[in-house]
Design a protein around this ligand. Sequence first.
Ligand SMILES: Cc1cc2nc3c(=O)[nH]c(=O)nc-3n(C[C@H](O)[C@H](O)[C@H](O)COP(=O)(O)O)c2cc1C
Length: 208
Amino acid sequence: MNEKNSLGLDICFKNFENPLELFKEWFDEAKKTEINDPNALALATSSKNGIPSVRMVLLKDFNEKGFVFYTNLKSKKSQDIQSNPHASMCFHWKSLLRQIRIVGELNNVPDKDADAYYNSRSYGSRIGAWASKQSTILKDRDELYKSINNFKKKFPDEKKVPRPPNWSGWNLSPKEIEFWLDGDNRIHQRLKYIKSKSGNWEKVLLSP
Ligand SMILES: Cc1cc2nc3c(=O)[nH]c(=O)nc-3n(C[C@H](O)[C@H](O)[C@H](O)COP(=O)(O)O)c2cc1C
């Protein structure tokens, strides 16, 4: 018989009051077991007309304030977020048979955090952030390569590539975080944390 937590779930759900602690535990395990990109997550946004859109991004930071990723601020996703800041993130770690789903509101990352992360990226990635008008239609690939070369000429010194004004991060401040573990015969285990108005987290079990 596997060990259980106080709610009768597998012991991997622990007994934390704060879901950030459980997120950290599971994420640390995923870093050891996932072949590629344990920080990859599906980000769902919706347009001002309520049309949904989902794509993968990489988690670059998380803490009490939220879950951070970086992108182009004129991209499709950023346009969605600017008209509807409610969004959802979903991690799936196949090696662990686990999923984490987060719902919350997105806000801009402070400039100093965006600068620090931008400056940690390779020269090529920093140039790419200038050169790519993410989500817009390209006439052909040459248009992009020319743009990359132009920005390499504009910023030849690898140490002096400023962060583009339209490239930064979004922080999702969580209101709900659900942890899911695969079970035999589809009798999965689900634990959802819901943030109350007072800021405390409540825990509920969900049917699989
Ligand atoms: C594993 C993976 C990680 C990705 N990480 C990012 C990311 O952190 N930021 C980003 O802008 N795009 C990332 N992308 C590309 C996006 O999925 C997407 O193509 C791009 O952001 C444009 O999306 P949009 O047109 O909906 O704005 C990633 C793609 C994959 C497959």
